[in-house]
Design a protein around this ligand. Structure first.
Ligand code: GLU
Length: 278
């Protein structure tokens, strides 16, 4: 079909890949093949404390075992922190971010006491300038949060924000679902949503194919694309693979990692077939 189709598989090296990852990677790879497009691999390792070299090294091994091929060079997020830093500064200079000094515990309490309780995503307010300056001066740690209020002012509301989801059609983005998301983490300086949006644009990704658990992320990411003037890819959120107990696979299910399955004698062909690929 078209050579303009570019998709990616973007695992975080914080554990071994499991069946769920295999399904995701196979789905994206197959879609690229069907479209005559390109399949990229991206290592999402901005969290340097949770990412481990041994998990990173296992990713290409596991994917090659599955029979997948991807383009080189592989983009590794930790090698490009300045790209994300630049986007963060751009948003901050335009008044779209605010510093948040709250701890996790304080955020949880703030959400609990909000009018709709746990239903509510966190929305904060910038501190008065003098207090903020004092706390920065005192060396207190802070995160940068996206201000939905400021974003809404700049874009005159979110009504024009839509994205294509291949299964749902045109979706109206509702970034309120995510609240004032953190774009610059206290510990590592940047955060998931920002890095993903910057990378998808830089890598020319036209189709984001990933699990249904990230559907809500698309709403926030669509907003960031609008604020940063980046193109919006189409999205496809596949359903999650579950185990016999109906629970989705997670990194804690050691027996379902591709490494464990391989060591237990399973062939890649058998796994592909089980997951619905030939
Ligand atoms: N790195 C994310 C994960 O492993 C995936 C991000 C994405 O596909 O947008 O869950």
């Amino acid at each position: 079909m078209s050579g303009d189709f570019v998709t990616r598989f973007a695992p975080s090296p914080t554990g071994d890949l499991h069946r769920g990852h295999a399904f995701s990677a196979l789905t994206a790879h197959q879609a690229a093949r069907d479209a005559g497009g390109r399949f990229l691999l991206r290592i999402e390792d901005i969290d340097r404390t949770r990412s481990r070299p041994e998990f990173e090294a296992a990713i290409p091994e596991d994917l090659a075992w599955l029979g997948l091929a991807w383009e080189e060079p592989v983009r590794r997020q930790s090698d490009h922190m300045s790209d994300y830093g630049r986007a963060l500064r751009d948003l901050a200079e335009r008044g779209l971010l605010y510093r948040c000094f709250r701890t996790r515990r304080e955020i949880a309490l703030a959400i609990e006491s909000a009018p709709h309780g746990a239903m509510e995503a966190f929305r904060g307010t910038p501190l008065p300038a003098a207090e903020e300056a004092r706390r920065v001066e005192a060396g207190e740690a802070y995160a940068w949060r996206l201000s939905l209020d400021a974003a809404s002012r700049v874009l005159c509301g979110f009504d024009d924000l839509t994205f294509i989801d291949r299964d749902r059609g045109e979706v109206a983005a509702r970034p309120e679902l995510g609240g004032d998301v953190v774009l610059g983490r206290k510990d590592v300086g940047v955060a998931y949503h920002l890095a993903v949006v910057v990378d998808d644009a830089l890598q020319g990704v036209t189709e984001v194919i990933r699990g249904e658990d990230l559907f809500e992320a698309a709403h926030v990411q669509r907003l960031l694309q609008a604020l940063l003037g980046l193109p919006t890819p189409a999205y496809r959120h596949h359903s999650l693979i579950t185990g016999p107990d109906g629970r989705r696979f997670a990194k804690r299910d050691g027996a379902q990692t591709l490494r464990a399955l391989r060591e237990a004698g399973m062939t890649a062909q058998a796994l592909r077939r089980e997951l619905g690929f030939t």
